[in-house]
Ligand binder design. Structure first.
Ligand code: HSE
Length: 434
C-alpha cells in the first residue's frame, strides 16, 4: 500500500496558498515523484474566515501554529509564517522535538537561529529543509548542498530580493519614483509584510547568511554582514550609472579566503552585459564560483506565490523519499566557527554623487580631502545643471574612484559633508567588476 505523508501547514498567505494550488493541480505528479500520497491534514493561519479558493473544511484548523506543530497526525510541519522569533521559532522547535520533519521558507529564522536549529534537527534525526528560503523558485540550496558537493566555493553573489530588483528595474525603465514602484511590488505579493526588510537590504542579508554557511561550511552569522539598502538610490544615480555603462543592483556578496569570510549587502554598479546585470524585474540570479565547476549562474523568479511554493514542493518530495541531508551540507557540529576577513581595498572602486555648492574652490576642496584619505580618482563627470540645481545654487558632480577601502571612502565623504561643500548627503555606491 502506498504510504501517506501528512502535512501541517502554518501560514496560508502568499506562499501557503501557492502550495495548496500546486498540490491540487499536480496531485498525481507529486505522488509519483514522492512515492507517497501527499495529504494536507492540518493548517493554521490568522484568519479562518478568509476565502483562499480551497476547501479547507475537512482539515484540522488551528489558530495557534504551535499547537499545529504538536499535532500527532502530521509527519511534516511546514512553516510559512516568517519572522525570526515566536511563534515561528517555538513552532519549529516543537515540531523537531516531536520528531517531525520541518520545511521552512523563513530566511529570517534561519539567519538568526540556523545553526542551532540544524543541530536540533540532527539530534532528532529529522529533516530541516529550506529550499524556498532563498531566491524563491531557484533551486540554489540544493545546487550548493548537493550539486556542488565536490567543489570548494570561493565566492558567491547575486540578486536575492525580487522587490528591490523590481523597484530598481521599474525606476530605470519607466523613470518612476521609488515609493510608487514599491506600492506596486507590495500589491503583487513580492514584498515582505514589512517592506523595510526588502528595501533596507535585510531580506537579502538573511538569504546571504544562509548561502554563506552552506557554501563555506561555516556557522550562520548574520551579524557579520555589512548591510545597506536601496532607499537612498535616486533616479539620477540610475541614469548616471547607465550613462557610465552600469546598472544598479542590490547585491549580496560573500567571499571566502585564507584570511576569513567577507559578506556584504549593498546597492552596486554592475557593468552592463556582466553576469546578473540583465536580471531584471522580480527575477533573482545567484552566481556561485566553484573551484572545479567554474562559474555557475542560476536565474529565475525570486518571489511570488507559485515560484516559492515550487521550492516548498521540492522539499516535500525529498522528505517523502527519505532524501535529506544535514541542513547546511555538513553536520552542524562540523560547521566551522565564523571568522571575518580583515577589511581590504575594494576592487572596482566607488561611484560618488555629490550635490556640490556652486562656488569657487569647491572642486579643489573635494579633491584635497580625497587625496588626504589616499583615494585616487579614476574619472569625474560634470552633469548639466537642472532647474533644481539652479534654484539651490548647486552643481551635480559625479566621481568614480580607483580601488580603495570602504572606511577611507566613508571618512572622506563625512569630511566633505562637514566642510559644507555639498548641499545634501553624498551618495556612494560600490562598483563591482564581477
Ligand atoms: N520579499 C522577498 C523578495 C520575497 O522580494 O524577494 C521572497 O523572499
Amino acid at each position: 500500500m502506498t504510504k501517506t505523508v501528512r502535512l501541517g501547514i502554518a501560514g496560508l498567505g502568499t506562499v501557503g496558498g501557492g502550495v495548496l494550488d500546486i498540490l491540487a493541480k499536480h496531485a498525481a505528479l507529486v505522488m509519483a515523484r514522492a512515492g507517497a500520497k501527499i495529504e494536507v491534514t492540518a493548517v493554521s493561519a490568522r484568519n479562518k474566515a478568509k476565502n483562499r479558493g480551497h476547501d479547507l473544511s475537512r482539515l484540522t484548523w488551528y489558530d495557534d501554529p504551535v499547537k499545529l506543530a504538536a499535532d500527532a497526525n502530521i509527519d511534516v510541519f511546514i512553516e510559512l509564517m516568517g519572522g525570526d522569533g515566536d511563534p515561528a521559532k517555538a513552532a519549529v522547535e516543537l515540531a523537531i522535538n516531536a520528531g517531525k520533519h520541518v520545511i521552512t521558507a523563513n530566511k529570517a529564522l534561519l539567519a538568526h537561529h540556523g545553526s542551532a536549529l540544524a543541530r536540533l534537527a540532527e539530534q532528532k534525526g529529522v529533516a530541516l529543509n529550506f529550499e524556498a528560503s532563498v531566491a524563491g523558485g531557484i533551486p540554489i540550496i540544493k545546487t550548493i548542498r548537493e550539486g556542488l558537493a565536490g567543489n570548494r566555493v570561493g565566492k558567491l553573489f547575486g540578486i536575492m530580493n525580487g522587490t528591490c530588483n523590481y523597484i530598481l528595474t521599474k525606476m530605470a525603465n519607466e523613470g518612476r519614483s521609488f515609493a510608487d514602484v514599491l506600492k506596486e511590488a507590495q500589491a503583487l505579493g513580492y514584498a515582505e509584510a514589512d517592506p523595510t526588510f526588502d528595501v533596507g537590504g535585510f531580506d537579502t542579508a538573511h538569504k546571504l547568511a544562509v548561502l554563506t554557511s552552506l557554501a563555506f561550511g561555516s556557522e550562520v552569522n548574520l551579524g557579520a554582514i555589512d548591510i545597506e539598502g536601496i532607499e537612498a538610490i535616486t533616479l539620477e544615480d540610475i541614469r548616471n550609472a547607465s550613462d557610465l555603462g552600469y546598472k544598479i543592483k542590490l547585491l549580496g556578496v560573500a567571499v571566502a579566503s585564507e584570511e576569513g569570510i567577507e559578506q556584504r549587502v549593498s546597492p552596486t554598479l554592475v557593468p552592463k552585459g556582466s553576469p546578473v546585470s540583465d536580471t531584471d524585474g522580480v527575477f533573482n540570479a545567484v552566481v556561485v564560483k566553484g573551484d572545479f565547476v567554474g562559474d555557475l549562474m542560476l536565474e529565475g523568479r525570486g518571489a511570488g506565490a507559485h515560484p516559492t511554493a515550487s521550492a516548498v514542493l521540492s522539499d516535500i518530495v525529498d522528505i517523502a523519499r527519505g532524501n535529506f541531508r544535514p541542513a547546511f551540507g555538513v553536520p552542524a557540529a562540523d560547521l566551522r566557527p565564523y571568522k571575518a576577513a580583515p577589511p581590504k581595498a575594494h576592487e572596482g572602486g566607488y561611484y560618488v554623487a555629490l550635490e556640490l555648492r556652486d562656488k569657487p574652490g569647491a572642486v579643489a576642496a573635494v579633491a584635497r580631502v580625497l587625496a588626504e584619505e589616499n583615494i585616487s580618482i579614476e574619472s569625474i563627470v560634470q552633469r548639466g545643471k537642472s532647474e533644481k540645481d539652479a534654484v539651490r545654487a548647486t552643481a551635480p558632480f559625479i566621481l568614480i574612484t580607483h580601488d580603495t577601502v570602504d572606511t577611507a571612502m566613508r571618512a572622506a565623504l563625512a569630511r566633505i559633508e562637514t566642510d559644507g561643500h555639498v548641499a545634501s548627503h553624498p551618495r556612494m555606491i560600490r562598483i563591482e567588476r564581477l
